[in-house]
Design a protein around this ligand. Structure first.
Ligand code: F0G
Length: 456
C-alpha cells in the first residue's frame, strides 16, 4: 500500500499568516513598483522568494543557541562549528563568514582580476557579480541537456567536460585562477551534479593545476540525488556521499542559510594553507576575527547542529518529495516546469506560461507579479531581469525565463503547497490577457533586487 511521505517533524511553535485581499495586493504591488523584493514580508501569505535563511530551526538548534560562546577569540562555539565542517567537508582550513557571498568575495578579492576567467556549471548571481566586480569573466559550462527544460536527465547540473577541457586548454592555468561547480545548480534549475561529473571536473582541473572550489550551498540535497539516482550509491549514507564529493575538491564556499538550517552563516573552506592565511587577512578586514568571522557564537552552535540535521535521510526524502509534489500538481494542470524537479525549488517556464510576452518585456517578472496579486504568494524571477544586463550596460534576453518557487526548509505544510498549485492553476486558465513590463529604474549590479517596473 502507498503511504504518504509525511513531514518528519511536528510543530512546536507557529507564526500566524496575515491574509490580504486581491484588491489590497494590487495596491501593494503598485507601491512596490512591481518588484516583489520591495514588498513587505508581512504582506506576503506564502513566501517562496527563497529557501535561503528562511528555514525553521529545530528544538535542538534553539537549545544549542543558549550554549553559544561569544568570546572574541578562541570561541568554543567556533571549535564545535569547525569540527562539524571538518567531519562533513574534510577541508583543512575553515574560515567563518556571515553568509555565502562573503566567502565568494574573499576568494574573488584574492584570485580574480582583469583577464581571468572562472568556469562553473552555472554561476549563481552573487558569484557572478563578485567575479565581474573584480573585472574577471564568469563562464557557464553546464551540459547542453540542462538547457532543455523537458529533458529528464537525472543530473542536469553536470558540467560539459569537453567544453571544460577545451576552455582550460585555450585559457591556460595563468588565466584560470580556480574552477567551480555549484551543487545543486541553482541558476540552472536546482539540478544536481553527479559524482561521476564531479570526478571528471576534478581530474581536468588537477591536470591543469587549477584549484577546484565547490559552491556547496545545497550539498545535502545534491547528496540525496546521488544516492537515489546514481548507480552505486543507493547503500551509501548522505554523509558518506558528501565526504566523497568534497574529497574531490580543494575547497568550498558555503552559504549555511541553505543546507545548514541557518538564518545566517557561511564559510570558506580551503586545503591550501598559504591561501587560507591570505583569506583570513581579508576576513579580519571585512568580516571579523578568524574564530567568529561574520557570525555570533550562538549562530555557529545552531549551524553545527543544523549541518548534521540536513543530512538526515528522513528529512531529505521529505524535502525532495515536497518539491516533487508541487511540480507534479503543476504538470497535471498543463503548466510547464523545469524537469525533473530539483532539490529546493520548482522552476516555472514563463515563456510557455505567457508566450505572448517577449523576453525583454520580462514574462517571468509578469508571472511573479500575477502570482502575488492572485494568491499572495511570492516567487522570484530568474530570467532576463536577473541575467539580461551585462557589465558594459547592454541588455540581451537570458537563456530561459524562469520563475523560481523556492521552498523554505521545514516551514510550509502540504496544504500550503497545494494552495500554491491551485493559485497557479487559476492563473494559467486566465493567462491570455496578461502583459509584460518595462524597467523604469535599475542599478548596474544585481539589478533584480531593486529594479522598478511599470506594466505595459
Ligand atoms: N551560491 C548559490 C548557489 C546560492 O544559491 C547562493 C544564494 C549563494 C551562493 C550566496 O549565498 O545568500 O548566503 O550570500 N542564494 C540565495 C537564493 C540568495 O535565494 O538562492 P548567500
Amino acid at each position: 500500500m502507498h503511504r504518504e511521505i509525511i513531514e518528519p517533524f511536528r510543530i512546536k511553535s507557529v507564526e500566524a499568516l496575515r491574509f490580504t485581499t486581491e484588491e489590497e495586493r494590487g495596491e501593494i504591488l503598485r507601491r512596490a513598483r512591481h518588484n516583489p523584493f520591495l514588498i513587505d514580508a508581512d504582506d506576503v501569505l506564502i513566501d517562496l522568494l527563497t529557501d535561503s535563511g528562511t528555514s525553521a530551526m529545530s528544538a535542538n538548534q534553539w537549545g544549542a543557541i543558549m550554549t553559544g560562546d561569544e568570546s572574541y577569540a578562541g570561541s568554543r562555539s567556533f571549535r564545535r562549528f569547525e569540527a562539524v565542517v571538518h567531519d562533513i567537508f574534510g577541508f583543512r582550513h575553515v574560515i567563518p563568514t556571515h553568509q555565502g557571498r562573503a566567502a565568494e568575495k574573499i576568494v574573488c578579492t584574492l584570485l580574480c582580476g582583469p583577464g581571468k576567467a572562472i568556469p562553473n556549471n552555472c554561476h549563481f548571481d552573487t558569484t557572478r557579480a563578485n567575479i565581474e566586480y573584480k573585472g574577471a569573466e564568469a563562464v557557464d559550462l553546464v551540459h547542453d541537456r540542462a538547457r532543455d527544460p523537458d529533458d529528464e536527465h537525472p543530473f542536469k547540473g553536470d558540467v560539459d567536460l569537453d567544453r571544460l577541457a577545451a576552455f582550460l586548454k585555450e585559457r591556460g592555468r595563468d588565466r584560470v585562477p580556480f574552477g567551480m561547480v555549484t551543487i545543486t545548480n541553482n541558476a540552472g534549475g536546482g539540478q544536481p551534479v553527479s559524482m561521476k561529473n564531479l570526478r571528471g571536473v576534478s581530474r581536468l582541473l588537477r591536470e591543469h593545476g587549477v584549484p577546484f572550489l565547490i559552491d556547496a550551498c545545497r550539498f545535502a540535497e545534491n547528496a540525496w540525488f546521488i544516492k537515489t539516482r546514481e548507480p552505486g550509491y543507493a547503500d551509501r549514507t548522505p554523509l558518506e556521499i558528501a565526504r566523497e564529493m568534497f574529497s574531490l575538491a580543494d575547497g568550498a564556499t558555503m552559504s549555511l542559510k541553505k543546507d545548514g538550517f541557518g538564518n545566517i552563516g557561511g564559510f570558506l573552506a580551503l586545503n591550501d594553507g598559504a591561501l587560507a592565511e591570505r583569506a583570513r587577512n581579508v576576513l579580519i578586514l571585512t568580516e571579523g576575527f578568524p574564530t567568529y568571522g561574520g557570525m555570533a557564537g550562538r549562530d555557529m552552535e545552531a549551524l553545527a547542529v543544523g549541518m548534521r540535521e540536513a543530512l538526515d535521510e528522513r528529512y531529505l526524502e521529505y524535502r525532495v518529495a515536497t518539491v516533487r509534489f508541487l511540480a507534479e500538481h503543476l504538470t497535471e494542470q498543463g503548466i510547464a516546469v523545469v524537469r525533473p524537479p530539483g532539490g529546493h525549488a520548482v522552476y516555472l517556464d514563463a515563456r510557455r506560461f505567457y508566450p505572448q510576452i517577449p523576453p525583454l518585456e520580462y514574462p517571468a517578472q509578469a508571472l511573479v507579479c500575477e502570482l502575488y496579486r492572485k494568491g499572495g504568494v511570492r516567487g522570484v524571477e530568474i530570467g532576463s531581469v536577473m541575467f539580461g544586463l551585462h557589465p558594459d550596460g547592454t541588455e540581451s534576453p537570458a537563456r530561459q525565463e524562469l520563475v523560481r518557487l523556492a521552498l523554505p526548509r521545514r516551514v510550509y505544510t502540504q496544504a500550503h503547497i497545494l494552495y500554491v498549485a491551485e493559485t497557479l492553476g487559476e492563473m494559467y486558465a486566465e493567462r491570455a490577457g496578461v502583459r509584460g513590463l518595462r524597467i523604469v529604474r535599475q542599478s548596474p549590479y544585481l539589478r533584480h533586487f531593486t529594479a522598478e517596473f511599470e506594466p505595459l
